[in-house]
Design a protein around this ligand. Sequence first.
Ligand code: ADP
Length: 361
Amino acid sequence: MATETAIRTAVGGIPVAVFGRDLESLGFVKSVALVDGIATVGLVLPTPALVGREELQRNVTAAVEKLDGIRSVKLEVSAQVVKRSARPDQGRVSGAKNIIAVAAGKGGVGKSTVASNLALALRQWGATVGLLDADVYGPSMPTMLGEPDVPAGTKVGQKIVPAIHWGIKLMSVGFFIEKDGAVVWRGPMVHKLLQQFLEDVDWGELDYLVVDLPPGTGDAQLSLSQLIPITGAVMVTTPQEVALIDVVKAVSMFKKVEIPVLGVVENMSYYVCPGCGHHDEIFSRGGGRKLAETLGVPFLGEVPIDAKVRFGGDSGRPVVVGAPDSEHAKIFMKIAAEVATQIAVVTQSAPKRVAGLVSIR
Ligand code: ADP
């Protein structure tokens, strides 16, 4: 007859492919109970958006059902996002467990579109999320996320309170500059501003803080990597070669400053004709995947070019919240799960900071 120990052994030995380890060694088995043939297994996952979560749950149920005398299996699954440890010389963003930088080699490839939908998708998965629009040259989040539910503000002698849009906290350079006002940002100013956003903003408890970086490999990226422990960077590119070459440059910058690259998102990958369903690969699809392979980093997904995505960004209702049942929203949900899972891999397998990106594969 099955015992709690036998159940724990059966469940603990189940491999979790993405980590290359089993449930027991990962510490995901929280509790096991057996009463009158009814087994209850408690799992605690490192993110609510774990890729392969359903298959894992099925495997756990099947492994327990196989044991003698089990009448039924109940799973209690919760998620607790693991905090990324910082280098001693880096500051902290109080309350943010993980910081995800969204970067691109050049402008116009959809970096902000990916950053906003990524943040909202992580929220839809059940995480607590903040979004820092650090694109000093073109802060687009106030437009992309529309009217806030709660506007940003300051209280005398207290920290800056971020705005709330669609359940996520937002702080943007755009809150501080006139619309269409030209601002020339020199390196030290960018550094100071980012420092303020990270230290003087009351972010509260966050599982993920998504940072929309300016395009390229300039001062803001370097400042950020000095200031805060970025868990990893998501690179956004279009499939065209010129964007890809710029990504290689940006990736090598992240390597130099010891920020793991979580993977590559290919945006504007292909176009599906809404009339006939024909796929047209305008910019020659697949470059992002090849690039990820060459760089030895995960390929996180491809986003087709679509009027819904553009309209969502321009109208303050990004597609993840504006059209949650659409194919595009599902694509962003999947990309968010890939990103959250890569973060879990980085934090699980390398609690101490590791150099470069090879270590997260
Ligand atoms: P970046 O931040 O790289 O400069 P944006 O995210 O601001 O780029 O995107 C530039 C423009 O392209 C915006 O008008 C946006 O709505 C549009 N866009 C981005 N991705 C897509 C897509 N997959 N389909 C259609 N339009 C897109």
